[in-house]
Write a protein that binds this ligand. Structure first.
Ligand code: SF4
Ligand code: SF4
Ligand code: SF4
Length: 454
């Protein structure tokens, strides 16, 4: 079924057009809806239909789909459509070393997280969300116009590394059916230069050769090689969950740094769900903000830099140095292995956050169709919080409790399995890795148990 869809000449393209139209409506639905009242913004973000869809459903679903199915979102992403179209008519410059390093993706993601979300609160003010989306389309357009092929997706997209890393877990993979067929293939349509700018059936513009793909990280499942391969030799098939994490996978420093930011972010997101753990996680940021008299939105900037960059870096450095001293491992190798080992826990907690977010927004669905802008509903809820019927949340609470434990334990078990099977680290390094898993997962597990069960 999936392969039929990927081979169909127009299906994915039509879905991309559809998502583009939906995004235009989303931007339209959010423009003009704004507030300077921080308390009101916390309600408005859920009552504005466009904002609710983007931050509480679309974004969590991307995370869930990447972890389970791989980069399927990319198959229908409208930004890819824009950037690929303009690269066809643009200057087609070759990307430079900086772009190819992957640091632009890490920097772009960090900027959106720290400046966009935790300083300007683009996730709470619908109009800011719309500006952010327009900005993203604009960058994709400019990058497409200047650089060749799909430079935006390969080297700029702020969620590129996130989707790439999480897709290492997924149950699906794109591979060639028979490598022997590729070996004897004279035309190599899947990488041929003459096919790079075909409208449908392009050769791979993500710098991949399908016959030598060894993990899920960089293939954006655009389906173009399915159509360009004249030997019908490409297939998307099932595989063992997290298969890539058991291989000797090499990550760049840009990807490693990206993961550090994500792990800090996920810890903050899970701990801030419960007032008690939120108080704990905010001790250091609050102290720094008070000590330096930092005011207004910049408090969020300081918090984000501390929690998403400085503290995770210190934790990873501490473990990496322990490995260097006691297990004689290089720092790069230690960081690389730590990311792979802690990825399942981080992804499972990201899944939990996605579940918490989407489920907690259910009560707002009662109003979004009659008042899509959401201003009147937000005013009513602001005057009388009881206006929002939260009974459904009580009903689904046992399911959330059960899933929270399942995800926490599942992530830990997978991390331990990876350590056990790793051949590229020695026994001392394995012991230190177990120690890292216990500390890292303990933060989540203690919070989840204390919050949901006591
Ligand atoms: S890499 Fe980014 S822009 Fe490209 S298809 Fe995936 S999500 Fe869209
Ligand atoms: S994937 Fe298809 S086009 Fe590419 S080398 Fe193999 S057989 Fe040839
Ligand atoms: S190998 Fe390249 S062309 Fe094929 S699906 Fe992946 S990114 Fe697209």
């Amino acid at each position: 079924m999936i392969n039929k869809i990927f081979k169909n000449r127009f299906f994915l393209f039509l879905l991309q057009v559809l998502t583009l139209i939906i995004f235009v409506f989303i931007i339209y639905g959010a423009i003009g809806v704004t507030t300077s009242d921080k308390g009101f913004a916390k309600i408005l973000r859920n009552t504005n239909f466009a904002n609710l869809i983007v931050w509480s459903y679309w974004w969590p679903l991307i995370i869930v789909s990447a972890i389970i199915f791989g980069r399927f979102w990319c198959s229908i992403c409208p930004v890819e459509l824009i950037t690929s179209f303009f690269s066809k008519i643009g200057f087609r410059k070759k990307p430079n070393k900086l772009l190819k390093s992957g640091w632009i993706i890490t920097f772009f993601y960090g900027l959106i997280l720290i400046l966009g979300i935790h300083t300007l609160t683009i996730h709470r003010i619908p109009e800011y969300m719309a500006f952010y989306m327009i900005f993203l389309f604009l960058v994709a357009f400019i990058v497409g116009l200047i650089w060749e092929k799909r430079t935006f997706c390969t080297y700029v997209c702020p969620i590129g590394h996130l989707l790439g890393l999480y897709s290492l877990l997924s149950f699906k993979k794109l591979r060639v059916k028979d490598k022997y067929v590729c070996k004897n293939c004279k035309t190599k349509d899947c990488i041929s230069k003459s096919n790079h700018y075909n409208f449908i059936g392009r050769s791979c513009t993500s710098e991949l050769y399908p016959a030598s793909i060894s993990n899920n990280k960089n293939c954006i499942l655009c389906g173009q090689c399915h159509k360009s391969c004249t030997k019908d030799n490409i297939v998307i098939k099932k595989r063992i969950f997290a298969e890539d994490l058991f291989t000797d996978l090499k990550l760049s420093w840009a990807e490693i740094s990206f993961f550090l930011i994500v792990s800090g972010f996920v810890i903050y997101e899970i701990l801030s769900e419960w007032e008690v753990s939120k108080g704990v996680v905010m001790v250091v940021p609050n102290f720094i903000n008070n000590y330096f008299n930092i005011e207004n939105s910049f408090k969020g900037t300081v918090k984000a830099i501390l929690l998403f960059i400085i503290i995770p870096t210190l934790f990873y450095l501490f473990i990496a140095f322990a490995k260097k001293i006691f297990a004689k491992e290089s720092i790069k190798h230690s960081f690389n292995q730590l990311v792979i080992i802690l990825l399942p826990i981080t992804a499972s907690m990201h899944l939990l956050k996605a579940l918490l977010k989407t489920s907690s927004r259910i009560p707002y669905w009662e109003f979004v169709f009659s008042d899509p802008k959401g201003i009147k509903t937000a005013q009513l809820i602001s005057k009388n919080p009881m206006f929002l019927d939260k009974n459904i949340l009580e009903l689904i609470s046992p399911f959330i409790d059960f899933t929270a434990i399942l995800l926490s334990v599942g992530g830990i078990i997978l991390s331990f399995l990876i350590i056990r099977k790793k051949k590229s680290i020695n026994n001392i390094s394995k012991i230190i890795s177990v120690f890292a898993v216990i500390i890292y997962s303990g933060i989540f597990l203690i919070t989840v148990i204390a919050w949901r069960f006591f």
